[in-house]
Design a protein around this ligand. Structure first.
Ligand code: ADP
Ligand code: MG
Length: 318
């Protein structure tokens, strides 16, 4: 038994509420198994009062999409001086906004698919058809259209024909105000989790995602059996080493803390093309982080309880 009390925040009102509740449940169970006293809190208007009247020793955020990833909940925890596992508010904001994060990574020399990001207002002002045509001319087909902020592949689409662009744009705009168009990368999709193992930052074995010819979309993600996973990925040692190096570099460049997950595609030339870096990776039964933790011979509950100790120690010095 540690004598720590931890609040796991899950739920909230984002599009990924259901996924978050599953992540929270899984994480809470793992922490309890390592002897931590866990409370599970949904995120609603009672949160600030709860944190003030009955503060836990630390918070673990299992929220996905919206407030839990864009830095808002983190900013509130910083405001209230509550220690929490994970990245500080400002860096969350940077990682959450895909075009901002991509620019940062590309600027430092990492590969990320060529892209264009434009807000709704530009499509309206300049005429959607002309702008969409220019995107296709620049990025080629197929291309990927996705909301600039979001998760679980919600709103993300592969466009294979010019005529599909307007509908794909509208579906992105249902999730976000800005559309991110990206060159489609063929190759092997992978996810690399980075964690602090004590003071050392460590990249866990890459998980290969074989969506059987399709993309790793929302249904594929949360329906067991629709996707085949391989961990470690079926890639040669040099590529695995490059993946680890890239995930660590991305974590550091974006100023992330404790835990992150890089989503990437190893393209046909063997280059690691970074799609995004998540500050609050999924922890459900079918999520990638628990697979990587298992493959590394680590225990989820012990890992997170060590991260809780890091968060508490950090708060004593700031
Ligand atoms: N440029 C791309 N090329 C190929 N596939 C992509 C590309 N961008 C996204 N995808 C596919 O769409 C999924 C979701 O994209 P991602 O950028 O990771 O956003 P999300 O935040 O929704 O997870 C990826 O897991 C991948 O299967
Ligand atoms: Mg992703």
């Amino acid at each position: 038994m540690t004598d720590r009390s931890v609040a796991v925040l899950a739920g909230g009102l984002s599009h990924e509420r259901e996924v978050s509740l599953r992540s929270g449940r899984r994480l809470a169970a793992a922490l309890r198994e390592s002897g931590v006293d866990v409370r599970e809190w949904d995120v609603d208007s009672s949160l600030v009062t709860q944190l003030r009247t009955d503060p836990p020793d630390a918070v673990v955020i299992a929220l996905h999409g919206g407030e839990g990833e864009n830095g808002s909940v983190q900013a509130v925890l910083e405001l209230l001086d509550v220690p929490f596992v994970g990245t500080a508010a400002q860096a969350c904001r940077r990682a959450w906004d895909k075009p901002t994060a991509k620019a940062e990574l590309a600027g430092a020399g990492l590969d990320t698919p060529d892209w264009v990001a434009l807000p709704h207002s530009t499509f309206r002002a300049l005429g959607a058809q002309a702008v969409l045509d220019a995107m296709v001319d620049r990025l080629g087909l197929p291309l990927m259209l996705k909301p600039d902020q979001g998760g679980s592949a919600l709103g993300a689409q592969v466009v294979t024909d010019r005529s599909e662009m307007p509908a794909a744009m509208v579906s992105c705009l249902a999730y976000s105000d800005t559309v991110l168009a990206e060159r489609f990368v063929r190759g092997t999709e992978v996810a690399v989790t980075v964690v602090n193992d004590g003071p050392e930052l460590r990249a866990l074995p890459a998980v290969e995602i074989d969506a059987r010819g399709g993309v790793y979309d929302y249904t594929a993600r949360y329906t067991p059996g629709t996707v085949a996973f391989h961990c470690p990925a079926r890639l040669d040692d040099a590529t695995q080493a490059r993946l680890a190096e890239t995930a660590l570099a991305a974590h550091r460049l974006l100023g992330l803390r404790d835990v992150s997950r890089m989503d990437a595609v190893v393209d046909e030339e063997g280059r690691v093309q970074v799609l995004e870096v998540n500050v609050s990776p999924g922890i459900t039964e079918t999520s990638l982080l628990p697979m990587a933790v298992r493959a590394a011979g680590m225990d989820l509950g012990r890992l997170y309880s060590a991260l809780v100790e890091r968060a508490i120690a950090r708060s004593r010095f700031t």
